[in-house]
Ligand binder design. Structure first.
Ligand SMILES: Nc1ncnc2c1ncn2[C@@H]1O[C@H](COP(=O)(O)OP(=O)(O)OP(=O)(O)O)[C@@H](O)[C@H]1O
Length: 738
């Protein structure tokens, strides 16, 4: 146990703390970089130049320095950084720390894996230290992250570099015990959290108070500020004090980040260290794009894995269901490397466990975008394989950013469908150095046949495959960027077969006939409706699957059923509308409170008629709207149908009852047997046992037609006794005769 420190020692250390803070503040003030300047452009300080106070009023320069030790940081933090192995600063740290340490708001963008975490953790720790923040002061800093895993990693870095500081820090993320968090949340100085969980505490935890907040950090700011978190983040920000330092970091600077900057940042420093090279991906990252038809994606992935059995491969697919199917199916095919999967539907603890396993050994991790942002795989991912096209360039950058972290090298490959080639242009527009390659199909191993066999053998795999198929197609259908994602160009049947499915699942929202170019007939429920030009999807000039100009615009949707008679009217009514308009089902509002018999009925001219007048009309006039003979025929048919159904039901019912009876008898029999066995265990003499057996054989029957058997045996007993009687009579007679 530690010896309690003496009062004098505590006083002395408090004095040195006060002196240190005073010195740091003067040093920071003295060397403040110009607002808007880029410390990276300053010449680096000579290695042996003095650090800290030089004389009474002179301090060393810190803007432009390259090492953490040259910064005006507390001794506690310098020790923490050194012990965690951090010596030289990365560019984003060099560019942002001098500004952040003097209390400025920061809007920082830097490549993935470039060290943004330390760029905000250091100012947080220093700000609270200089404010002499203590336990009783409550929440001093909030660090928000979009995902739990990322929050957990930030927490890890904070614990490591801040271990010599006395702050209490807590992780507030979903999947953790909420009630337990409630008790200690008020005692935490630094909160690392996901937006949802923080808001929950703000709303429900008594006395939870952030009114003294000093620093707010948004990591992966673009993601936190996008539509998904908008409500939560706005609600949180409205409860925070305006007077605070705000640090926003992300790999890509988006408009919404700037929007937030306008809302709450005060003269922020825009720090984009990669602006000169523009590309948001590291130079150490080799990036390839290959053209893979949809029905060959799994073959390609399988062949790739087989060719890289000694690597750590992170595979991105677009949905949880695909991740689950590919993981389960490939696991059964045993490629010779451990396979793992991770998606948002998994419990937090499991996700953490999988991540840890993945970084420890060579393996393949199938994942959704849940692991595409911010996760630091300890420089350990060799390959990032994007099997499904990312939503946009930002998403691409985040995915490939899981490899080539800090100073390590990495490789990535993106599979693009012929219809998704526009994505290549988008990447090149953003100056992302991707290399387009043709895949080596000589080494391609086909797995679709194997998958079909697997699906037949493991019945639980088939629904997984079906769901994977459906979610993939739906994800393409729902994508906003129709220039890249065009569901009409997917070879649906071939894709289904490539997953091993015996039949293509039904996709209700797609009109299959329109998609299938081999069956150019008209969709049955889609009458030819003139379509306004502006509603037709513009054709892409560089689409490999381009259709001819003359072709009718594709109709992807099912139409509301239109009967022969209605068809003309429907067309007339919607003359100038695009086809899609017709398909929207009109929601019928039923007023359940309407008094009975008050329904409004219209005549042919559109005049309202009194309720039920139309029916009365039918009975009184010859021009009946309903043909009576037809109605009677219909009723006769219905009666016939009901009769046959009734018969079928009866047969079924009889069968069910019989089965039930048999089951019950078997149950009785088993119970009896058990009883008898118990009795057998008691002291039975041999003869008694035999007797019992004989008795039992008379009582129990095994066959289904039990009653018949019983009758037969009864008959048999009668016959025997009769024969015996006859024999006895004969004997008697012969004895009498003799
Ligand atoms: N100054 C440094 N010296 C050595 N290693 C560093 C330094 N700064 C960061 N690193 C290491 O670089 C890796 C990436 O850092 P970090 O996770 O902070 O990157 P990031 O920019 O936040 O990435 P992302 O955008 O993907 O979230 C980590 O393993 C971290 O330990």
């Amino acid at each position: 146990m530690k010896k309690p420190k003496s009062k004098q020692f505590r006083l002395q250390s408090r004095n040195t703390e006060v002196q240190e803070i005073e010195l740091l503040e003067k040093w920071i003030l003295f060397g403040k970089p110009e607002s808007g300047s880029n410390p990276l452009s300053l010449p680096p300080l000579p290695a042996k130049s003095p650090i800290g106070r030089i004389d009474e009023n002179t301090y060393s320069q810190y803007a432009g320095c390259t090492k953490f030790q040259q910064l005006p940081l507390s001794k506690n933090l310098k020790d923490g950084l050194r012990q965690s192995g951090f010596k030289d600063m990365t560019n984003i740290q060099r560019a942002s720390l001098p500004h952040a340490l003097c209390g400025r708001d920061i809007l920082g963008a830097a490549k993935t894996g470039s060290g943004k975490t330390l760029a905000f953790i250091i100012p947080v720790l220093e700000k609270l230290y200089k404010a002499r923040w203590g336990l009783e002061d409550g929440v001093g800093s909030i660090i928000m992250s979009p995902t739990r895993e990322l929050a957990d990693q930030i927490f890890g870095v904070l614990k490591s570099v801040g271990k010599h500081h006395g702050f209490s820090a807590g992780l507030l993320i979903g999947g953790h015990e909420y009630d337990e968090e409630k008790d200690r949340v008020n005692r935490m100085n630094i909160l690392i959290c996901t937006p949802g969980r923080l808001l929950k505490h703000m709303d429900t935890t008594p006395n939870f108070d952030c009114s003294q907040l000093q620093v707010l950090v948004l990591d992966e700011a673009d993601r936190i500020l996008d539509a998904g978190f908008k409500k939560e983040v706005n609600a949180i920000i409205s409860q925070l004090p305006k007077h605070r330092q705000t640090l926003l970091f992300s790999a890509t600077q988006t408009k919404s980040v700037k929007d937030l900057a306008r809302l709450s940042l005060k003269d922020p420093e825009y720090i984009a260290v990669d602006e000169e090279s523009i590309a948001a991906t590291p130079n150490r990252l080799q990036q390839k794009v290959i053209l893979v038809p949809l029905d060959q994606k799994l073959d390609m992935l399988w062949s790739f894995i087989k060719a890289h059995l000694n690597s750590r491969i992170l595979v991105f697919l677009s949905s949880c269901k695909q991740v689950r199917f590919v993981h389960e199916a490939f696991k059964k095919l045993r490629p010779g490397i451990p396979l793992k999967c991770m998606h948002g539907r998994m419990k937090q603890v499991k996700r953490m466990f999988i991540l840890q396993q993945f970084v420890e050994q060579t393996s393949v991790l199938f994942s959704t975008d849940v692991s595409s942002r911010g996760l630091d795989f300890n420089k350990g991912v060799d390959w990032v394989v994007q099997v499904d096209c990312p939503d946009d360039v930002a998403s691409y950058i985040h995915r490939v950013g899981r490899t080539a972290r800090y100073d390590s090298i990495g490789r990535s490959v993106l599979f693009l469908l012929p219809s998704e080639m526009k994505m290549l242009d988008r990447l090149q527009e953003k100056k992302i150095p991707v290399q387009f390659d043709k895949p080596n199909t000589k080494r391609l191993q086909s797995v679709s046949g194997l998958l079909a066999a697997l699906l037949a053998k493991y019945t639980d795999l088939q629904p997984l495959a079906q769901r994977a198929f459906k979610t993939y197609v739906k994800s393409i259908y729902k994508q906003k960027d129709k220039e890249i994602f065009d569901v009409t160009k997917l070879p649906i049947d071939e894709f289904s077969a490539s997953l091993g499915l015996p039949m293509t699942p039904q996709l209700r929202y797609l009109n299959r006939k329109s998609i299938d170019k081999n069956t150019p007939e008209e969709p049955i429920l889609a009458p030819q409706i003139p379509v306004k030009k502006e509603f037709i999807r513009p054709k892409q000039s560089n689409d490999l699957l381009e259709e001819s100009e003359d072709e009718e615009p594709l109709d992807l949707f099912h139409k509301k059923e239109i009967t022969d008679g209605d068809e003309g009217k429907a067309i007339e009514a919607n003359d100038n509308l695009p086809t899609t308009r017709l398909l929207k089902k009109k929601k019928l509002k039923i007023n359940v409170h309407r008094p009975v018999g008050t329904r409004v009925v219209f005549d042919e001219e559109g005049n309202t008629l009194p309720p039920l007048a139309r029916l009365a009309d039918i009975s009184t006039t010859d021009s009946a709207l309903l043909d009576k003979s037809k109605v009677l025929d219909r009723f006769a048919k219905l009666r016939e149908e009901m009769k046959t159904r009734d018969l079928e039901d009866k047969v079924l019912d009889r069968k069910r009852r019989k089965e039930k009876r048999i089951k019950e008898k078997e149950k009785h029999k088993r119970a009896r047997n058990e009883e008898d066995e118990e009795e057998d265990d008691d002291d039975f003499s041999g003869s008694d046992k035999d007797l019992k057996k004989v008795k039992r054989s008379k009582v129990y029957f095994n066959s289904d037609s039990e009653d018949e058997m019983r009758d037969k045996v009864a008959l048999k007993t009668d016959e025997i006794s009769l024969a015996e009687q006859e024999e006895l009579a004969l004997k008697l007679l012969s004895s009498l005769n003799s």
